[in-house]
Ligand binder design. Structure first.
Ligand code: SAH
Ligand code: SF4
Ligand code: F3S
Length: 476
């Protein structure tokens, strides 16, 4: 049963019906404007898979309004950028991209430019667009994405700029139209927002508080995906391990995994991201016992020094983290573990950074997402003393990447000659070669026909590179 609280954050049926009406109005306007030609939208997504999943809903709404999709803004009638605010350079990149759209607008005044997503929740960004980018038509934040039809209608009918970037603890909008990018791999958001306030991170400020979708809705969506032939379902949330905590009487993440695992069909389940502070033995046992759950754990450690971990507000020590991995590998000997690491958190010394290297040697990650600390306005870490130069941090970063390379190379070398069940995903750059991924999330390329795309195949590893494998289809 949903608690009162979770009912209140659900976008009401009346509101969603209103958006459907706006959607029809937009359809009418564009029919008058474009006649028989289908208007085209270019949608570009920055940031994490959560944003990719949001974009699939934005595309769903655009499709319902009558738009088709193109791969370049030059061919489009509307360009929409779904933005990310996680690091500073994201801002420079976005404004570079937006600047380039100005030329299109000069040639075609009907061309609409829409900016949405996490970065738009930052006041200084919305302000900068207001003041310096007058050719941007619509700007909206993460909490009103379901209102795209209304915002677009306002822009089309008045020709005026539309801004909707208010702050909020967040809502859940169910039953939005959905345009999925793949017909065999699906993103399935199970919760939105974050309550953790890691001191460096902007996400809780731009995404609001943790809110879990109802397990009933999630399981129904998973069943529908399996029925439609999807082979991989990735459950998404900033911290999936705290799934359900905000909904009275809701099941926890382990139970949700078991329920999805019980759906009949040949598919695999992935999830991200797991926060180590909420990663329990129950979850690791569940992973081990559920045959459809990929034996891959993305468990971001961020750094290996306890003082820095405390300053980051992560809620665990390096020892606690490593003991989780030891347990995880005791129940899943083939487990592939990946992680995120931030180099050069304010005040981190070289000695403290070396603790991260030591932890990496023990953790034996398959791969790492590494970032140099980037100050985000409004976060606690952005105000901390940061004496180490960018150049110095760059050297640490290279040292870390070098170490990870040797760890990864050792891991992939150990896979040589073995067979793995692989989901075939796409054509590789070279003709006649298919690219797929093992359960452990390692890319493997092998000669095969395009017809294998979207199917599981057994592939034998014939060559181990550092970050990827090469192989051949096994006939057995
Ligand atoms: N919820 C996930 C992380 C989401 S953000 C978790 O807690 O693990 C993805 C990654 O971006 C983070 O794990 C962190 O490594 C990195 N990151 C976030 N804020 C950053 C910042 N200010 N500077 C550099 N890297 C950052
Ligand atoms: Fe950011 Fe921490 Fe939340 Fe992850 S858990 S999104 S790093 S605040
Ligand atoms: Fe970026 Fe927002 Fe995701 S800040 S990482 S797109 S939640």
């Amino acid at each position: 049963m949903a608690s009162e609280n979770s009912k209140n954050i659900l976008v009401s049926k009346e509101e969603l019906d209103k958006q459907k009406e706006y959607s029809s109005l937009v359809r009418m306007v564009i029919q008058t404007r474009f006649g028989n030609r289908t208007p085209m939208a270019f949608v570009h997504t920055f940031g994490c898979q959560g944003n990719v999943a949001d974009s699939e809903r934005l595309k769903g709404m655009l499709e319902e309004m009558g738009f088709g999709f193109v791969d370049s803004p030059e061919d489009a009638d509307i360009s929409l950028f779904n933005t990310c605010a996680i690091r500073e350079h994201a801002e420079d990149r976005l404004f570079g991209n937006v600047g380039a759209l100005k030329k299109i607008k000069e040639k075609n005044s009907d061309f609409k430019i829409v900016l949405c997503g996490c970065m738009m929740q930052q006041e200084h960004v919305a302000q900068r667009i207001k003041n310096s980018y007058p050719f941007v038509d619509i700007v909206f934040g993460t909490h009103v994405a379901h209102k795209l039809p209304e915002l677009l209608y306002r822009s089309l009918s008045t020709g005026k700029r539309v801004f909707d970037v208010g702050d909020s603890d967040g809502v859940i909008a169910e039953n939005l139209p959905l345009h999925r990018d793949s017909n065999f791999k699906a993103w399935l958001p199970i919760m939105y927002g974050c309550n953790n306030f890691c001191s460096y991170c902007i996400v809780p400020y731009v995404r609001g508080r943790e809110r879990s979708r109802s397990s009933e809705v999630i399981i129904a969506e998973a069943k529908e995906l399996v029925k439609n032939g999807y082979k991989e379902i990735t459950l998404l949330g900033q911290n999936v391990n705290s799934y359900g905590n905000d909904r009275e009487g809701e099941m926890n993440f382990s139970s949700l995994l078991r329920q999805i695992n019980a759906i009949d069909g040949d598919f695999i389940i992935r999830f991200m991201t797991s926060h180590p502070k909420d990663c329990t033995h129950e979850l690791l046992d569940t992973m081990a016992e559920c045959e459809k759950v990929a034996k891959h754990l993305h468990l971001p450690v961020q750094c290996g020094n306890d003082r820095v971990l405390k300053e980051m507000n992560r809620g665990y020590t390096s020892e606690k983290y490593l003991s989780l991995l030891t347990y995880a590998r005791s129940v899943m000997p083939d487990l592939s573990v990946t992680s995120d690491i931030i180099v050069g958190f304010p005040g981190e010394t070289y000695d403290e950074f070396c603790d991260t290297l030591k932890l990496m040697e023990k953790a034996e990650y398959t791969s790492l997402y590494t970032f140099i600390f980037s100050p985000r306005e409004g976060t606690r870490a952005a105000k901390m003393d940061d004496p180490v130069t960018r150049e110095e941090k760059g050297k640490w970063f290279s040292e870390l990447c070098g170490l990870q390379e040797s760890i990864a190379a050792k891991r992939t070398a150990g896979m040589l000659g073995k067979e793995y069940r692989v989901l075939c995903e796409s054509k590789a750059k070279k003709d006649g070669i298919i690219s797929g991924r093992t359960q452990g999330n390692i890319i493997i390329e092998f000669p095969a026909d395009d017809s294998v795309i979207g199917t599981f195949q057994t592939v034998k590893v014939t060559e181990a590179l550092i970050w990827m494998l090469k192989g051949e289809l096994s006939n057995s």
